[in-house]
Design a binder for this molecule. Structure first.
Ligand code: NI
Length: 182
């Protein structure tokens, strides 16, 4: 296992569409193990492949309220219901937070890191984390979900933060991904 470097916005491949897996071999479980280790090292709630430089449809998450850890490969979200606004952050835009609207209930179909089929409903914080991470697989970050004026303000905020990050400190300066609302 190894802690990987986090790709900062808007560096490649963060804004690109990630490719699906055609098969799930042992290298996927190895990558997932690295991603879990990296996510925990930076106190994140979720981490997507493109955030560690892997443009593939894979994500890991740790939902803190139920202490649930999941790896989702080729995840698909269907049947979104409801809407709620909650605070999000992102390991690829550390120290920037914003209120983002998400569905409150979703159905998720995916494989796990060993290729086993998953099909479940997610609500609340788990649903929010999955929607945030699946966005990453489409090249979308949470500030892209904001209205244009707020987006511009958050982008400026991030550019200021990024300018202050020393190259060597960028990784360790990362704030928690997806801070739940107080
Ligand atoms: Ni993120």
């Amino acid at each position: 296992m190894a802690i990987r470097d986090i790709v900062l916005y808007p560096d490649d491949p963060l804004t690109q569409k990630a490719a699906p897996y055609e098969s799930v071999g042992p290298e996927v479980a190895q990558l997932a193990a690295d991603m879990f280790e990296t996510m925990e090292a930076f106190d994140g709630c979720g981490l997507a492949g493109p955030q560690v430089g892997v443009s593939k449809r894979i994500l890991v998450l740790h939902e803190p309220e139920q202490d649930q850890r999941l790896c989702l490969v080729n995840p698909e979200i269907t049947e979104p219901e409801g809407s709620d606004t909650g605070e999000e952050g992102c390991l690829s835009l550390p120290r920037v937070f914003a209120m983002v609207e998400r569905a409150t209930r979703i159905r998720v179909q995916a494989l796990d890191e060993r290729g086993r089929r998953l099909d479940f409903e997610a609500t609340g914080l788990l649903a929010r984390i999955i929607q945030h991470e699946v966005d990453h697989l489409g090249g979308v970050v949470f500030i892209d979900r904001l209205d244009i004026l707020t987006h511009e303000a958050k982008l400026q905020e991030w550019n200021d933060v990024r300018g202050q990050l020393a190259p060597a400190a960028r990784g360790s300066a990362a704030a928690a991904e997806l801070q739940p609302s107080p």
